[in-house]
Write a protein that binds this ligand. Structure first.
Ligand code: NCD
Ligand code: ZN
Length: 348
């Protein structure tokens, strides 16, 4: 029998992760902390995390939920809103509480009602962040209901991101979960201080997957999946070796009944499947030699942190995604691609 194909990479980090709180946190965290060294933890709890005391308390709850032996380090973010104080952000960053600040345009996505109403209203905070080198993580979609949902990222780049970068050319920016050829081109051509995270779903699926044989709520996330030409351009850019793309799963668990509903929540719980899917896409593109930079090196470089010292091994062995997982308080969570068979597993 021939040996199964294997690839060993430095332990990855997840630069965009939703862990939620309470029993959901306890249930989902181990699926990230077993494989990843660090995670940039999203602050869109209810209510959102804006104050340093709340952020420290949430970090403590994450650390308390870690299984014995897992070395995972949560890197915390603050939720930017019109009333955010520049002084609090800068001192939070200097004291090592914060790794970055997250900008949600108000009403762009799940739990973003308290987001930013306009760049103008947070300009003093962004100026202070530029001066201190604090990364700004952006959910890059306009929220005008008159703009087609498939065009909201491209419109955001033109009308908000480019003017912002002109006004604050040294601000460190991560455009989160990019989905379009417009974003891909911007990053490829862009300055050193502009990077992007890429989810597995946006390079693995196109928007047909939302409607395959019926409505597919577990493939619904924001930004929404795009047409094949966008998926393809993005995949080519990410597998090109450009060091300003890095792994951010946007793993975003919701209880099954909130997804399978007349008004289902946006978010794909991909913590179980993300690494297998990235490997599958990089392999399809003949770019497995570029996988480690994307998963484990480009992110720390951008955040000026050391690369993890230990490694994980991916093996080309089928992985059957579970149909569901249960929280201790009996809520069902359906993983992204539940029931499907993927080509790569993690050797544990
Ligand atoms: C995220 C969530 O559920 O918190 N949902 C999503 O579709 N990605 C929010 C976000 O990152 O936009
Ligand atoms: Zn997210």
């Amino acid at each position: 029998m021939s040996e199964l194909k294997k690839i060993t990479i430095k332990r990855p980090d997840d630069w965009h992760l939703h862990l939620r709180d309470g029993e959901v946190l306890n249930t989902v965290l181990p699926y990230s902390s077993r494989d990843y060294g660090r995670g940039i933890i999203m602050p869109n709890l209810v209510p959102p995390l804006k104050k340093m005391a709340e952020i420290i308390a949430y970090k403590d709850r994450i650390l308390a939920a870690l299984p014995a032996g897992h070395q995972f380090k949560p890197l915390m973010t603050a939720y930017l809103s019109d009333d955010t104080s520049a002084d609090e952000i800068i001192s939070g960053y200097q004291n090592g509480i914060l790794s970055a600040v997250k900008l949600y345009p108000a009403h762009a996505t799940t739990n973003s009602a308290h987001g930013v109403s306009s760049i103008q209203s947070v300009l003093p905070v962004l100026e202070a962040m530029q001066k201190q080198g604090v990364p700004l993580l952006i959910h890059g979609e306009v929220t005008d209901p008159a703009i087609d949902v498939f065009d909201r990222e491209a419109r955001f780049i033109d009308t908000i991101l480019l003017p912002l970068m002109k006004a604050l050319p040294e601000l460190k920016v991560v455009l989160e979960h990019v989905t379009t050829q417009d974003a891909a081109a911007l990053i490829l051509e862009g300055p050193h201080n502009l990077a992007a995270t890429v989810t597995p779903q946006h390079i693995f699926l196109n928007r047909n997957a939302l409607f395959q044989g019926g409505l597919r709520p577990h493939n619904y996330c924001l930004p929404i999946l795009k047409k094949e030409n966008h998926r393809n351009s993005l995949t080519k850019a990410v597998t090109s070796g450009c060091d300003r793309f890095f792994l951010g799963t946007d793993s975003a668990p919701h209880p099954k009944n909130s997804k399978e509903s007349a008004c289902g929540c946006a978010g794909a719980f991909n913590a179980l499947t993300a690494l297998s899917l990235y490997a599958q896409v990089f392999e399809q593109e003949n770019a497995l030699d570029k996988l480690e930079a994307f998963t484990s090196i480009n992110g720390p470089k951008f955040y000026q942190l050391p690369v993890n010292t230990d490694s994980i091994t991916l093996i080309k062995q089928q992985y059957i995604v579970p149909n569901f997982i249960m929280t201790a308080d009996d809520r069902e969570i359906v993983p992204f691609l539940a029931g499907e068979t993927l080509n790569w597993s993690i050797l544990r």
